[in-house]
Design a protein around this ligand. Structure first.
Ligand code: GLC
Length: 509
């Protein structure tokens, strides 16, 4: 009913490193060197907002990236795809072509009085492209060509709720609240509002605090601008969730036209039912918390049920400082999520896998991902083509088994596998429920594969920090290859099948 799912390119099943804060070509080269020198597989490095000139979409800072096109090719030669971010807000700046064209053509979201709505995001004051207007959508989508012409073949769309730090109206309301407070009989006497609040022994009054708290993503702001949907004026708050959908639709339709024969990577932060036809989704700004590993796991089948098959979370956690054990356990879940990306926020500790002790553990866990890529990509493509889910709750496969229906910390993956990642700290394993007999498989750090048949029922399985567990369903098997440094380097000639003897597997590419 909602349409076929987008299919990501195979390279997008490789491992990706990201961080808000890589500023220059040298920073990115350093990351690639860190991975390659330590022989940890890597296929993608993500470029966060700092690659742009003053956070302007479809620009590249020429000082930080003197010859960007050449840099993209140099990276390609190392089997690295650079994946730039694109934000929803277009910077208001004289001489910036996208801003000027958008204003001239009337392609930005408008206030009730017909003026272009102004909101502050990373670049400062911006306008939002009216991606619900088919002409504006085609126009904005066409801009991705600026980067595909330079060899870019993947994007992540962000801040497309659209996120608003504050609006002109919001700032005016805040000013007013401060002025009202200053003028109030029990407030300060002079006109210097901020100074006055600092010198006042009383806390900032509720009226001012509430204004500050409501500056960001305020429902009032979302009622202040309009879309032009085929000539009909539609207030934004009524179609809020369609904004991120249509921004990614803009990109998806354009990328399809730019390279009809080539798959490109595309995923978005904000979305809605139906956007899965154009791209995937990542689960946004999580934290380096153990509870967020479990949350990641639980979100996967929900997203799949909405059609989003290319999904994943910021592994290691976006906000807060990660720890070695947290990252390793999270990666062991990320081995199975189509998007396997380590991403962290500006100001958090360095989170690249080579920043930690015993790098060999990271090499091994990510290596297991590459050993499984033929299987994972095959199950992913099958799910997309057959309108099925890649991740399923156990209850979907064992509906008559109440224990299975109530198990939310294990998932079925494809047609052969069940996963049960470890998501708590300081444990040597976890309890697993098997709805039927299965083969317990562990990828061991020495490259060997441990296999043991376990009966239906409850088991405590030992899983060390450097091991990756999975379960193969009875009478099924999965293909496994040798680990490789990039998806291109995977050698299908090394394939062997693990699981139950005599079972057959259909490999799809
Ligand atoms: C948003 C994104 C995050 C990104 C940051 C800076 O918070 O969700 O992934 O790193 O913006 O662009």
């Amino acid at each position: 009913m909602i349409g076929k799912s987008y299919i990501a390119p195979k390279y997008a099943f490789g491992f990706g490193q990201s961080r808000w804060g890589y500023k220059t070509a040298e920073d990115i080269e350093g990351v690639v060197k860190g991975y390659r020198d330590n022989r940890i597989p890597l296929d993608m490095v993500y470029m966060d907002i700092d690659y742009m000139q003053d956070y302007k979409d479809f620009t590249v800072n020429p000082e930080r990236f003197p010859d960007f096109g050449q840099f993209v090719q140099q990276m390609k030669a190392k089997n690295i795809h650079l994946i730039p971010i694109i934000d929803a807000g277009v910077k208001i700046e004289e001489g910036y072509d996208i801003y000027e064209e958008g204003v001239e053509k009337g392609y930005f979201c408008k206030r009730a009085d017909g003026s272009d709505f102004v909101a502050a995001v990373w670049p400062g004051w911006t306008h939002f492209p009216d991606v619900l207007n088919p002409d504006a959508r085609a126009w904005f989508g066409g801009k991705y060509k600026v980067l595909t012409d330079l060899g870019i073949d993947g994007f992540w769309n962000d801040m497309n709720e659209p996120a608003i730090f504050y609006s002109e109206e919001g700032i005016r309301a805040l000013n007013q609240a401060i002025a009202d407070y200053v003028k109030a009989p029990d407030g300060g006497a002079d006109d210097d509002g901020a100074e006055d609040i600092m010198n006042n022994a009383n806390a900032i009054p509720w009226e001012v605090r509430s204004c500050i708290e409501h500056l960001q993503n305020s429902p009032e702001d979302y009622r202040r601008f309009y879309h032009n949907v085929n000539g009909q004026r539609v207030r934004h708050d009524l179609v809020h969730n369609l904004y991120g959908f249509n921004m990614t639709r803009a990109a998806g339709e354009a990328l399809q036209a730019i390279a009809p024969d080539r798959k490109m990577l595309l995923f978005s932060r904000s979305s809605y039912i139906g956007m899965h036809r154009y791209g995937g989704i990542w689960t946004g700004d999580n934290q380096s918390w153990w509870s967020h590993i479990l949350l990641n796991l639980k979100m996967m089948p929900s997203l799949n049920m909405c059609g989003f098959l290319y999904t994943g979370a910021d592994l290691g956690g976006f906000g807060s400082d990660t720890t070695r054990d947290l990252l390793l356990r999270w990666l062991a879940l990320g081995v199975f999520t189509p998007l396997m990306r380590n991403h962290a926020a500006l100001g958090t500790r360095e989170q690249e896998c080579y920043q930690f002790e015993h790098i060999e553990d990271f090499r091994h866990v990510i290596g297991v991902r590459y050993r499984l890529i033929p299987y994972l990509y095959s199950e992913y493509v099958k799910a997309a083509e057959r309108d099925e889910m890649y991740f399923r709750p156990l209850g979907f496969d064992y509906p008559g088994d109440r224990r299975a229906v109530e198990t939310e910390d294990q998932l079925m993956l494809g047609n052969e596998v069940m996963i049960a990642p470890v998501y708590t700290q300081n444990v040597s394993g976890r309890t697993v429920y098997l709805p039927e007999e299965m083969k317990f498989v562990k990828f061991m750090p020495d490259g060997s594969i441990y296999e043991e048949v376990l009966e239906q029922g409850t088991h405590y399985v030992e899983v060390a920090l450097c091991e990756v567990p999975l379960f193969v369903r009875k009478d099924r098997c999965i293909p496994v290859v040798d680990a490789a440094q990039s998806v291109d380097a995977i050698d299908l000639g090394t394939v062997r099948y693990i699981g139950y003897d005599g079972a057959e597997y259909e490999l799809v590419e």
